[in-house]
Write a protein that binds this ligand. Sequence first.
Ligand SMILES: NC(=O)c1ccc[n+]([C@@H]2O[C@H](COP(=O)([O-])OP(=O)(O)OC[C@H]3O[C@@H](n4cnc5c(N)ncnc54)[C@H](O)[C@@H]3O)[C@@H](O)[C@H]2O)c1
Length: 350
Amino acid sequence: MKTLLLTGGAGFIGGCFVRRAVESGRYKIVNLDALTYAGNLDSIPAEGPNHVFVRGSIGDPELVASLLDTHRPDAVLNFAAESHVDRSIDGPGEFIETNINGTFRLLNASLGYWNKLPADSQRAFRFLHVSTDEVYGSLGAEGYFTETTPYSPNSPYSASKAASDHLVRAWLHTYGLPTLVTNCSNNYGPYQFPEKLIPLMTLNAIEGKPLPVYGDGLNVRDWLYVEDHCSALEAVLERGEIGETYNVGGNCEQANIKIVKTICETVQALIPGLGHRCDELITHVTDRPGHDRRYAIDTGKIRDALGWTPQTDFASGIRQTVQWYIDNSMWIERVTSGNYQRERLGVTTG
Ligand SMILES: NC(=O)c1ccc[n+]([C@@H]2O[C@H](COP(=O)([O-])OP(=O)(O)OC[C@H]3O[C@@H](n4cnc5c(N)ncnc54)[C@H](O)[C@@H]3O)[C@@H](O)[C@H]2O)c1
């Protein structure tokens, strides 16, 4: 069984990867997570023979070096990041610190470990960096992001992820560390922190609170069920070619307003006696500054090279997701008991 040093594994996507790994017995996970507001132990399995949890930062070189030396992983999977665009508008500093400096320190510690490995272990080692399609900027009405689309990030979040992708590339080309990068579209599914569009709208729809749609609501995103993202990462980890980047997407472009209306219909269908009309809660609010208009992914490379395609269509994925939020009010209460109360974030005043 392979051992992975997985970072950010108490967050939304990393947590899904950890649950899959522990359930399948496929990997032993050493889970390094700083437990920021976005990380929660309630999202992941308890520690056990295949899951070691360590609270700490990817930016702590001594801690990372000691984890690498102790657990001798076959790969590093870097999920850890500040991930919310609106928060990056309010406070970009944390994004620079974690996404850029943190990735730099993690790369350096991984290189130090890799340099000391015997030749066959060096050949087998992988550093897989989990990134976003937002690094490519915004599309017009036509076209798709491919792996050769020039980077053109527009938000502090996407700029920090773009910088980290470039560092990962440089650590391969300059120092030989065997790296791979994935750039994935918007994920949705259970255990997503309720600041993001789908869980925020779902919870507000259930509770009869306003559904704040940014601008005209016609910004388009490509949506992927989180389990499918994790299966793509497993494919890239196992069969991806060193130095390659792989775009991952759901072939499921939808305008934000359409997503919100689908959530309204789904909540209404799953809670028959709700007592209010969800679509009447929709309000259009000031747009996000610098809001990218459209993202769309050409998934041809990962499909042809690695045989990966998404398995969950949006209709069933959104139903499962809404049902999960209906059934898991305790989780929601625990993760939002801090200082986030679903208020509007990311509006500049200048
Ligand atoms: N959510 C999406 O739609 C999406 C799409 C494409 C790519 N991504 C990327 O996937 C990764 C995971 O995204 P997510 O949605 O699960 O994010 P998330 O915000 O839910 O989780 C991030 C996790 O990283 C941890 N973390 C933050 N700073 C850390 C640090 N310095 N050291 C260790 N841990 C730290 C947090 O505690 C949290 O558990 C990110 O790199 C993100 O850029 C996300």
